[in-house]
Write a protein that binds this ligand. Structure first.
Ligand code: BGC
Length: 375
């Protein structure tokens, strides 16, 4: 994501949050027609769409967290149940592999391509080829950037995820670490993932005033996204950085009270580092409700996570594919937030939930994988 488009996206966040509550579910007829001149614009054919039973491509990134693995099975089952032919692929080899997979989906006649991008700014020519072939493109969980060739974005509200994480960190510190000031460190996600900036900025919208008033101190001085980022969302990168920070800035009895972590995988990596350094358990945030982290939350070791029910996100995406198949416009509830540098991408945003030990049983009550962990 270029610095400029980041800026554009960020400036829109605040107003969008307000707009979100006001807009509600709103069908945008303009977004499904786009500029492709496909059959949807031919009044004589009625609802145009495409044949039931068509191939639907789903291009997923690397398996950097459990949610992606869950999505694979859910897309395969859900698309098959809806009568489509799913073509679901991971790109564990990286960006080039994902580009090739999307190209192959076009050649195999996919009618919709759903993309969970590794790097949402590196797929421009494949997405253009898809739209030139009349294929609808849905950005899944991560925004597709610097391209006009995306029809819809379906995701949990990323900025809100960050806000909830920042607030949880403050709440946990107040509960577990007495009165401030508190020493904390910041971890951000991978810089090629469009979500990492809104996660970080959402959290900083809550934390920055507390840094400014002296309640929070960051002994490493690493307060910028660029300093806190974790390449490839890799646990070993977060762990190494935390090791370096601990040996450099937390010698002797200097305490580390809290860590902002953008997801569960990196939270567990940071905890390993802190425990190996012989420091007391810090208050630490996370995201994704991964099984190992939910166990740590129930044990009191990880303070919070975020619940983004992958079943809900995939089901919502498949509903949108069905609308496209029937020649109907996509369902959107946000038309302001996601400026991808070229256009504002119409979005359907779902609501993320904060989870701590206190509300885990209630939040996971309807999730058969997670509910038993809270008993
Ligand atoms: C997702 C997070 C996930 C991260 C690493 C992000 O784009 O929104 O849920 O933790 O990728 O896989």
């Amino acid at each position: 994501m270029g610095a400029q488009s980041k800026g554009v996206v960020m400036r829109k966040w605040k107003s969008a949050l307000v707009a979100l509550t006001a807009v509600g579910a709103l069908a945008l007829s303009a977004c499904s027609g786009s500029s492709r001149g496909d059959t949807a614009s031919d009044p004589s054919s009625g609802a145009a769409g495409f044949p039931a039973g068509s191939t639907i491509g789903v291009a997923l990134p690397q398996k950097t967290s459990e949610n992606w693995v869950l999505a694979e099975g859910l897309f395969n089952d859900g698309l098959t149940a809806a009568g489509f032919k799913p073509l679901v692929q991971f790109a564990n080899g990286g960006v080039t592999e994902q580009q090739n997979q999307i190209q192959a989906m076009i050649e195999q006649g996919a009618k919709v391509i759903v993309v969970g991008a590794i790097d949402g700014s590196q797929l421009g020519s494949q997405l253009k080829a898809a739209q030139d072939a009349g294929i609808k493109v849905i950005a899944y969980d991560r925004l597709l950037e610097n391209t006009a060739n995306v029809d819809l974005y379906v995701a949990f509200d990323n900025f809100k995820v960050g806000v909830l994480q920042g607030q949880a960190l403050l709440d946990g510190l107040a509960k577990q670490k007495g009165s401030g000031p508190y020493n904390i460190e910041l971890i951000a996600g991978s810089s090629d993932d469009a979500n990492s900036t809104p996660f970080f900025q959402g959290a900083m919208s809550v934390l920055q005033p507390k840094i400014d008033d002296g309640t929070l101190k960051i002994p490493s001085g690493q307060t910028k996204f660029e300093q806190a980022t974790t390449q490839g969302w890799k646990a070993e990168n977060a762990q190494k950085r935390m090791d370096t920070i601990l040996s450099g800035f937390y010698a002797g009895s200097t305490k580390l009270d809290g860590i902002l972590s953008p997801n569960d995988t990196l939270a567990r990596a940071a905890l390993t580092s802190v425990h190996q350094a012989g420091k007391p358990n810090p208050v630490i945030t996370g995201q994704d409700s991964e099984v190992e982290s939910v166990k740590l939350i129930m044990a009191g070791t990880q303070y919070s996570t975020i619940y983004k029910d992958t079943r809900e996100l995939v089901a919502k995406t498949i509903d949108q594919v069905k609308l496209a198949q029937q020649g109907q416009p996509f369902e959107v509830n946000d038309t302001k937030t996601y400026n991808n540098g070229v256009k504002v991408v119409p979005a359907f945003l779902l609501d993320p939930k904060i989870v701590t030990k206190d509300n885990a049983a209630q939040v996971y009550a309807n999730d058969p994988n997670l509910a038993p962990l809270t008993k």
